[in-house]
Design a protein around this ligand. Sequence first.
Ligand code: GLU
Length: 375
Amino acid sequence: MSVAPYSTIIQNGQQPLVIKIGSSLLVQDDQPRVDWMQALATELIQRPGPVVLVSSGAIALGRTTLGLDRKPTNLAESQAAAAVGQIQLAQRWAETWHQHGRQTAQVLLTLDDLEDRGRYLNARNTIETLLGQSIVPIINENDTVATGEIRFGDNDRLAARVAQLTQAELLVLLSDVDGLHTANPEMDQSARLIPDVKHIDASIDALADDGSGTNYGTGGMRSKLTAARIATAAGCPVLLTSGLGEQAPLSRYAETGRGTHFAALDQPRILRKQWLQSLQQHAGRVHLDAGACAALEQGGSLLAVGLTAVDGPFERGSLVGLIGPNGPIGQGLSGYSYDEASRLIGLKSDAFMDALGYAGRGPIVHRDDLVLFEG
Ligand code: GLU
């Protein structure tokens, strides 16, 4: 049933909700659609859990300021337009959320950042910290440093990676199309909207190639399906629906049911834990006290305060054994190098600055990066 995720996730959702907003929704006749942005924020503010926006529109906004009455034709021009437009985009979102008493933060990422383990961990910790303080991250691709052509549709994939990174409850791809259709509705009157996709198989994939349900959207259906595949494989369901019209898009979906809901594959967490379990080459060991062992049993992360000793050397991201007062209890990927971890033994995070010379970056081993041994 497609409408279910809206009501449960908006009203009760505790995990992050990631919303990707295409340029065509944010900019109309060269002007930002401020009323629509406001309607969206008014709808999202009702949610108890955190909200993350992946917002396009920098180039579309910047190009007007640069006096271009056409799309930028080369990379330098696109990047200049993005640089000019991004500041306006961030400001618009900040104003929109301030009206609801919420702070926003600008986060510019490249897809490459998320491939690199160290930068991935930093991005995850930054976003987690922002969400912990009820700040709304406004994410876009860092277009000024992108080395390839800036492709519309990149933000679909970026949003899917952000959904994965934040373990989002739902990724909503807001577009100028209602959803995935059986054929291109502009060309074929018999085209039907597909409300639910359980699995993106070859027959679903083929629909992207005949232009079904799209032109018309930036990025087209191909990049939407790629994004849906990434997110659902990471355990996050995806809703593709339209943000056209003045109405707030999630309410519109709840009323009309017009959208495509892609179900999440339910194994990724298990697969990741199995992978962590299968790793064998420990670079070092971290010793923890009984309180930290109990916290881990409850599904928590390993915090420095529960650390009693470290054996190294190891790098950040290395596999380390977790040793409790009675022996090995599990293993995980360290968030710090041996040198850093040894300086953090027994410390609370407010003492990290003095110990490291910087504020640190989260737990010693994040709960998603560790596995406990049976029994
Ligand atoms: N990052 C681009 C912008 O803000 C948009 C990319 C996309 O829409 O996929 O203008």
